[in-house]
Each structure stands twice: as C-alpha cells, then as structure tokens.
Ligand binder design. Structure first.
Ligand SMILES: CC(C)(COP(=O)(O)OP(=O)(O)OC[C@H]1O[C@@H](n2cnc3c(N)ncnc32)[C@H](O)[C@@H]1OP(=O)(O)O)[C@@H](O)C(=O)NCCC(=O)NCCS
Length: 327
C-alpha cells in the first residue's frame, strides 16, 4: 500500500536517485540536465525541502516526492521546479495523483490558485499525468546543440549586432516593456505588469556580469531589438536566451535571426555546447520563430489555474439559509 508521509532529510538521498533517474536519458540533442548527476540532484532536493513537501512510501521504500513553494507574495503562482518532484517509473500516474492531491488543497488556502510545474518534455507519462490533473502547456524550453563558431554570421545580414552599452539602457527598457505588452495580446493574454525600474535593473545586472551577454541590433538611428543570454543553471554546458524582443515595426526583416546568430556564436565561443530558450506556448510568433531557428522542446512548464471562488464556495459551504430563494 502507498503511504503518504512528510518529506524528511532521511529521504533526501533516495529522492535524489529518483530525480536523477527521471533526467538520466539525455535529450536527443545530447543536452543533459544537471540533476542527472545524483550528487547535484541531492543538493537540489535538499534545497526543495525548505518548502511544504510530501513523500510517497511503499513498504518503507521511497517511490515519489513532491515539494511546492507557497505563493510568494501571497496570491502569486506556485512554481514547482523540476527538482521538486520525481517518482519511480512504475505507477507514476497513481503516485503523482496522490502527492498532488495532498498538497493542492493547502496551496489554495494560502492564495495559491495558479500552479505551475516544470517537467521533462520527453517523459510522456509524466506530461500526460499532469494533463489529467488539469494542467496544460504554458511555457516551452527549447534547446539546440551548438556548432563550432566560424564567426561568419556576424554582420552577414547587414544588420549591425553588437553588445549593449550603458547608453542603450533606456531604449532596451522600452523595448522590453513593448515585449510585455505584446504578451498581453491574444492568444497569450498575459497581464502586462510592466515595471521600468525592475526591468532596467535586470539589464544592468546582466551587463555587469562576466557570465552574461546583452546584445542589441543597432539600426543606426535606434535599436531594432535585444536579447539577453545567461548561463543555464538547470542544463549542463548550456547558455540560455532570456528576455528577447524585436521592435514591432522591425519584425520579419531578419533582425531576430541576426541576433540569434550572434548569440549562438557568442555561446559557442564561450565554451557552451548547447543553447536554450523559453517561450510562451500560445505565442504563435515566437513558437514559429524559435522552432524555425532549430530549438527543440526540452522541458515544459505546465500550468493549472484554479477558480478562486473555491475559497468561499468550498466543501464546507451551506446553501440552507438561501434555499427559499431557490438558488
Ligand atoms: C520573435 C521575434 C524575436 C522574432 O524577431 P524577428 O526580427 O521578427 O525575426 P526574423 O525577422 O529574423 O524572422 C521572423 C520571420 O520573418 C522572416 N523574414 C526574415 N527576413 C525577412 C524578409 N526580409 N522578408 C520577409 N520575411 C523575412 C523569417 O524567415 C522568419 O520567418 P519564420 O518565422 O517563418 O521562420 C520577434 O517577432 C518578437 O520580438 N516578437 C514579439 C515578442 C516576442 O514574442 N518575443 C520573444 C519572446 S520569447
């Protein structure tokens, strides 16, 4: 019989083995998750234990675990990272369903009505299991292997791509806010909660870091687009493209492709073997763009949105006092 118990330090090593096994198979591109190494998986599981968590045990043996960070600040999405869950392959569907049932209700009691979970996109059973729990694909993380840099792509389109400078910050921030507004359009329909100061600060941090690249397409009289590239903390030898955008009037003229070429070249020269990028699945423009530039799905971020009315229309509600109104 499967028993649900609180996760504990004593279970960390077994949990790390489950996590590592989940990501053992390299992606068809050859890209590996850092947690495929049990020692790294152990550190990540240990960190996950700072959150509410539950373990599934069968005959005293750990067969699955799930940790879910409380919404911070209250009302925000609950983001279950890839290292915060794993099960053994047998009975995967059943184990995940029990683990989630144990935590989901508690999350809604503290304002967690949006739940996201990062899963290996090659693991069909896990993906289908979460679909059956009401989740859908929200974000896609794609990856491609890097070829050895030949330095030939830079400037080959006639679009001048270069590293960002401090005097680009105002324009880059405006472009980043434009990208946020673009994501508020249909069918992405993501609220455009723009914060100039925060966005600008993110660029400053990346530009000051020796590990990151902020790159712009300089059209001479203004900037046509920008990409940010950072080391990926989840995948081995991987650089990841973060926030990226091209000004609406300059799209479909090769600006994005020129910046991608520059970024891939930089990543290859910097010693990375893979480049990843995350995009919003319902974003028709970027889904087509990134797949067309050779990025193949590696990880999905699945999301479930729970109707917040369950906070008052919960199982304890009584309609007795309003029955005469025939509601
Ligand atoms: C996604 C995005 C970065 C792509 O940038 P872009 O400058 O439009 O990209 P390109 O012009 O290089 O390529 C886009 C398309 O135009 C085509 N194209 C390029 N030059 C062209 C030209 N001169 N004439 C006609 N078509 C052209 C490309 O072949 C490509 O087609 P495809 O998608 O069918 O492969 C940009 O559209 C954008 O910022 N979108 C809104 C915000 C967003 O989604 N950002 C990404 C977040 S992850």
């Amino acid at each position: 019989m499967i028993e649900l118990v609180p996760m504990s330090s004593a279970l960390v090593n077994d949990a790390a083995k489950l996590l590592s096994a989940t990501w053992q198979e390299p992606h068809p591109t050859g890209c590996r998750a850092v947690v495929s190494d049990v020692a790294v998986a152990e550190q990540r599981v240990e960190a996950a234990l700072a959150n509410p968590s539950v373990a599934a045990v069968h005959n005293g043996r750990l067969i699955g675990y799930l940790a879910a960070p409380p919404p911070r600040p209250p009302g925000q999405a609950v983001a279950i990272k890839a290292a915060m869950h794993a099960t053994e392959p047998r009975q995967r569907r059943d184990i995940y369903r029990r683990l989630y049932a144990q935590l989901a209700g508690d999350l809604t009691k503290i304002g967690g009505f949006t739940h996201t979970i990062a899963v290996n996109s090659s693991d069909r059973t896990t993906v289908d299991t979460w679909f059956e729990l009401g989740f859908g694909i929200d974000q896609v993380r794609g990856v491609q292997p890097l070829r050895r840099s030949e330095g030939a792509t830079k400037g080959s389109t006639g679009i001048h791509v270069r590293e960002a400078r401090a005097d680009d910050l105002d324009e880059m921030t405006d472009l980043a806010i434009e990208v946020t507004r673009f994501h508020a359009e249909s069918p992405m329909l993501r609220p455009a909660l723009s914060d100039h100061g925060f966005t600008r600060g993110q660029f400053v941090t990346a530009m000051e870091s020796v590990w990151s690249l902020v790159v712009v397409a300089d059209l001479g009289y203004r900037l046509g687009g920008f990409f940010q590239v950072n080391p990926d903390s989840h995948f081995v030898d991987t650089a990841t493209i973060g926030i990226a955008g091209v000004a609406s009037g300059d799209r479909h003229q090769g600006v994005g492709t020129a910046i991608v070429d520059f970024a891939l070249d930089w990543a290859s020269t910097s010693g990375y073997r893979f480049c990843a990028v995350e995009w919003t699945s319902p974003n028709l423009t970027s889904d087509r763009f990134w797949r067309g530039r050779g990025f193949e799905p590696l990880q999905y971020k699945l999301t479930r949105r729970i109707d917040p009315r369950v906070a008052w229309a919960h199982s304890g509600i009584s309609y007795d006092h309003i029955r005469p109104l025939d509601l």
